[in-house]
Design a protein around this ligand. Sequence first.
Ligand code: ADP
Length: 270
Amino acid sequence: MHFVGIDIGSVASKIAIIDEAEEQVGYCVTDTTPDIDETAQELLDRALAEMNLARFDVAYIVGTGYGRSTISLADENKTEILCHAAGVHRQHPAVRTVIDIGGQDSKVIRLNAAGKVANFAMNNRCAAGTGRFTEVMAKALGIELSRWGEVVRSATRREKISSICTVFAESEIISKIMQKVPLNEILAGVCDSIATRIIETVQRVGGSEPEIAFTGGVANNEGIRLVLEDRLGTSLLIPRIPQSTGAYGAAVLARKAWGKRGGLATSPAV
Ligand code: ADP
C-alpha cells in the first residue's frame, strides 16, 4: 500500500508518495494554477505514472497547503503547520524548531520531544522575506537564485536594506545599483533583511531551540541559508528535498489515518 500527501502551495504544488515504511518513493512539483482540483489530479497522475503505480495502490490521501480545502480527491486535509511538523519529525526527530519559507509566506514552528506542535507563528501578511521577494530581487539584481550562495560568500559586508515592502525594497535596490554599491554587498543585504524577518518570527514563538530545520522551496537558496545560519549562530538542518516537507508530512499523516481506520482503504475511482 502507498500513501499520498498533496501540498497545494501559493506558488508551487507538491506531491509525495510514501510506502508503508514511510519512505518517500515518489515526488513531483508543478506550478499552482487557479484550478486546484486539476493541479492535484495532474500531480497524482504524473506521480503514479512515474512510479508505475495505479490509483488503487494508494490507500489514503491527505491534502495540505493554502488550497487544501478544495482538493476533492483527498480523503481529508490537514494544516501546513501539522504537515511540516510531521514531515520534519519523521525524518529528523531531534529537531525542535522548524523555519519554513515558501512562495508567499514564512512560518516558524516549535516542536516538543514527541514531535507535536508546541507553538508557531506565521508571516503571511506580505511577500517580504518570502520566495516571491527573492524572485523580485533576483530579477532586479540580475543574479539567478542558483548563484546566490557563491555571490553572498564573495561579499565582505552586507548593505543595509531599509525597506520591508517588496515594491519599496526593489526601488531601494535599483537606486543602490545606480550608486554603484557592489552587487554582492546588495545581495548579502537582501539576504540579511530576509533573515531579520525570520528572526522576528522566531522571537514571536519564544526563540529557537536546536536542532533547527529549514524547509520550503527557499531552503534551496544557499545565500539565504548562509546568512540565516550566521545570524542565528548555528547551522541549519536542510531535509534532502526541503520543498517536499509539507507533502511528505501529509503522506505520513495519511498513513497514520489509514492505520486508525484499521487499515481500510477508501474506495478510489479505479
Ligand atoms: P509555497 O508552498 O508557498 O508554494 P514553496 O515552499 O513551494 O512555496 O516554495 C516556493 C518558492 O521556493 C518559490 O518562490 C521559489 O522562489 C523558491 N525556490 C524553489 N526552488 C528554489 C531553488 N532551487 N533555489 C531558490 N529558490 C527556490
